[in-house]
Write a new protein. Sequence first.
Length: 94
Amino acid sequence: MKGRHKGRGGTTSRHPSYRQLKPHPGSAGNSTEHQLARIHAATIDLVAEGGHEALSALAISRAAGVSRRTFYDHFRDKDDCSLATYDVIVRAMV
């Protein structure tokens, strides 16, 4: 699969850079870039509302407006998503 690499225990997502958090104007709404931006934004909102315990793949995918399959195409689980979101935030600060 494009953009994925082997990690411990199977495939893992390649964490996006900050540029991928902010989609380019005029790009397709369901592009990978947009999907990841919505997933990261939903993860941030859910953590802000209820902490890490409020996260689930279902909650994140619903809040982001993507299917659970799309969520799992990008991430192994909620922890993988959380770490990727954290990485995007840190890169944006640097």
